[in-house]
Design a protein around this ligand. Structure first.
Ligand SMILES: O=C(O)c1ccc[n+]([C@@H]2O[C@H](COP(=O)([O-])O)[C@@H](O)[C@H]2O)c1
Ligand SMILES: Cc1cc2nc[nH]c2cc1C
Length: 363
């Protein structure tokens, strides 16, 4: 087995000339300068991602990657592992939060069995990519072997490659996966584990203290795992590794990547360590209520679009902000300019008052 895995290449999306042109288009729209706030930066980012001054979003795809975690047997979650496969069934029959939101917004939903401890009947919206029936307990052994880790990364690449459209919304399901995300954050960002570890699905104070002790044990066991792929194999899980592959492939193909919460954020953290330009393609949908998410966003120096104190996962936050993302692109495409609508702008007045247009934006 090849000891290294070659990540899809990711080109930086930034281009100074295209950014200036997009900004000029936005500035000539019939509104005060900057009045659409972060929607303007969003439209500009998507223009850069698509290398276009007239970006368009097509056939958004939400993929929920699901996997189980051996470490869940140590009592680090408020729920049992069986909830993972039961929720996969719920996604497929349309009753989960993400199912409702995807239906509401016309987003295609695919569920990927990355490594759930259950055998599923084949279904149209289900991709069977199981690496194993759950990972090993990371407090006792590496969560996965190098081979399994590479297989999961490759499967994620293949899933993204096979999907239509130019927007990937990334979600996950896996009892115990906040533990993996916390350990990845601590190891890759150098943040103390206490600041990375939270209540997940709803641990009480005693549960949180126990979770922290288990994660400390796992971190000590894998104290050599500092390279991003070593850390990913040590701490898991299969769904996180598949998300890393999918995000890298989506960025390679110049798709917009709409990132959900803490666990999807941890996958982006790994992807960023492998290919830093991946961040140019990522839109961070929301700030999760899970404690470590704020540290993760600070480390990546990114700001999510909204904070609704959600902490569900599944891609629910990504699905929820999809209409904002779609609106930003539509406004860029369809709003009239001052010239085309015959609306007077204030440039003439400010110029006669000796103020440069650039000073207006700063104001
Ligand atoms: O996305 C988030 O920010 C988030 C925060 C806390 C929990 N979750 C979800 O809850 C599960 C993991 O929580 P836990 O307590 O089992 O580690 C998993 O299925 C995630 O989708 C998700
Ligand atoms: C019920 C339930 C739904 C979820 N969706 C994502 N993670 C979850 C965890 C639980 C426990």
């Amino acid at each position: 087995m090849n000891p290294t895995w070659t990540a899809p290449s990711v080109e930086p999306a930034h281009d100074v000339v295209r950014a200036a042109r997009l900004q000029h288009r936005l500035d000539r729209k019939t509104k005060p300068l900057g009045a659409l706030g972060r929607l303007e930066a969003l439209a500009l980012q998507i223009g850069l991602i698509q290398r276009s001054e007239a970006p368009q979003l097509q056939a958004p795809q939400l993929v929920v990657f699901a996997g189980d975690h051996g470490i869940a047997a140590r009592g680090v979650s408020a729920f049992p592992s069986d909830v993972t496969w039961q929720m996969v069934e719920n996604f497929l029959t349309g009753g989960a939060a993400v199912s409702v939101l995807a239906r509401q917004h016309g987003i295609a939903l695919t569920v990927v069995d990355a490594g759930v401890r259950h055998d599923f009947e084949p279904r149209e919206a289900l991709r069977l990519c199981k690496i194993s029936h759950g990972t090993q307990d990371a407090s006792q052994a590496p969560a996965m072997s190098r081979d399994q880790c590479h297989a999961a990364l490759t499967a994620g690449v293949e899933v993204a490659r096979s999907l239509p459209g130019n927007v990937l919304l990334v979600g996950e399901m896996g009892i115990g996966n906040t533990s993996s995300a916390s350990m990845l954050l601590s190891r890759l960002a150098g943040v103390p584990l206490e600041q990375c570890t939270g209540r997940g699905t709803g641990l009480d104070d005693a549960g949180l203290a126990h979770k922290l002790a288990v994660l400390q044990q796992a971190m000590r066991l894998h104290d050599e795992a500092s390279d991003p792929l070593d850390a990913l194999a040590a701490f898991g899980g299969f769904e996180i590794a598949m998300m890393v592959g999918a995000v890298l492939q989506a960025a390679h193909e110049h798709r917009v990547v709409l990132v959900d919460g803490f666990i999807t954020g941890a996958a982006v953290l790994v992807a960023h360590a492998l290919a830093p330009a991946v961040l140019d393609y990522c839109v961070f949908s929301h700030r999760s209520g899970e404690a470590g998410h704020t540290r993760l966003l600070e480390h990546l120096e990114v700001e999510p679009l909204v904070d609704l104190r959600m902490r569900l996962g599944e891609g629910s936050g990504a699905a929820l902000v999809w209409p904002l993302v779609a609106s930003s692109v539509l406004l860029l495409a369809e709003m009239a300019s001052f010239e085309s609508a015959g609306v007077s702008d204030r440039t003439a007045t400010s110029l006669s008052a000796g103020q440069a247009p650039s000073a207006q934006r700063a104001a």
